[in-house]
Design a protein around this ligand. Structure first.
Ligand code: ASP
Length: 290
């Protein structure tokens, strides 16, 4: 059997997450286990205000999580508007493995999590409650363009067998409307992969990413022969064309093909990604449009 070098890539500067997944891959873990446990590091980190516990709430004060996961066979699971569990990615994996469905939302996702043995948790921390109380004074909805080190984590891994898995998890945009779901849990937008081709993940303004189905687009362009870099650039250019106000927000993609080549592109300066390869865990600045 051909021997592959394991590889992990992830959005933003989350070294602990890529280190966790990369080490697991080095020790022979499956890509699926590695992506799940890798992103769980950020879900559990309460300093990170846009993933998992400690994530910023919506306008009503609810912390609601969105996450999805895909395995090398193309199976997928997702949860949206999950309110009471830190590890949305693990609930998403259970949706993939234990139900006939792909997405569970809100109350149903919550009920399913309890049935699967996930205990109810409080996701609003003291710090995010305090920031929310501050926000209430002005109630301005202004998503921050880049929140370095503190944003949605999307991760792709190749394991020693050469199989690819991916995951994406987020508390979504801070102070979003109650009920809002972003791109992160939507297969094809926040994440897509095809084990014969490669995968892509997204971060940034979910509404723009959703409208372009960007991760699916990137994988399809790679299928047609584009490099991961060329494919990411094409997806960002599509978003720029669709959104005259593109200067006001960030949208970023990373992609990886079956050969382990990486690409990354975003609208504006400031986005970076982690790459764990051959025992080295490094952060790279992404190329950007302006
Ligand atoms: N894409 C996420 C969302 O729109 C947020 C982010 O990545 O910053 O929910």
């Amino acid at each position: 059997m051909e021997s592959f070098k394991p590889l992990c890539v992830a959005t933003w500067n989350f070294p602990n997450a890529s280190q966790k997944a990369g080490k697991m891959l080095d020790q022979g873990a499956s890509a699926l286990d590695a992506v799940e446990q890798g992103v769980m590091v950020e879900e559990a980190d309460i300093r990170n205000t846009t993933v998992g516990r400690g994530g910023a709430p919506d306008r009503e004060g609810n912390v609601t999580l969105d996450a999805c996961i895909m395995d090398p066979s193309g199976n997928a699971g997702a949860v949206v508007y999950l309110k009471n569990n830190t590890h949305a990615v693990s609930v998403a994996r259970k949706v993939m493995e234990e139900t006939p469905h792909v997405i569970l939302a809100g109350e149903g996702a919550d009920q399913f999590a309890r049935q699967q043995g996930f205990e109810k948790e409080e996701l609003l921390t003291e710090a995010s409650e305090k920031a929310y109380q501050e926000w209430l004074k002005k109630k301005e909805y202004k998503p921050i363009i880049n929140i370095e080190n503190h944003d949605t984590i999307g991760m792709l891994c190749i394991d020693q067998k050469g199989d690819i898995a991916g995951a994406c998890t987020s508390s979504g945009l801070s102070y979003k409307m109650n009920g809002r779901v972003g791109d992160s849990p939507i297969i094809g937008s926040g994440l897509f992969l095809d084990n014969e081709v490669g995968g892509a993940v997204a971060t940034g303004m979910g509404e723009a990413i959703l409208k372009s189905v960007g991760s699916f687009l990137i994988v399809e362009l790679m299928r047609q022969g584009r490099s991961p870099q060329e494919a990411c650039e094409a997806a960002v250019m599509r978003i720029i064309k669709q959104n005259p106000n593109y200067k006001d927000f960030q949208a970023a993609f990373i992609a990886m093909n079956k050969k382990g080549e990486i690409g990354s592109y975003c609208i504006q300066k400031g986005f970076s990604y982690m790459e764990y390869r051959a025992g080295e865990n490094r952060n790279f600045a992404s190329k950007y449009y302006f």
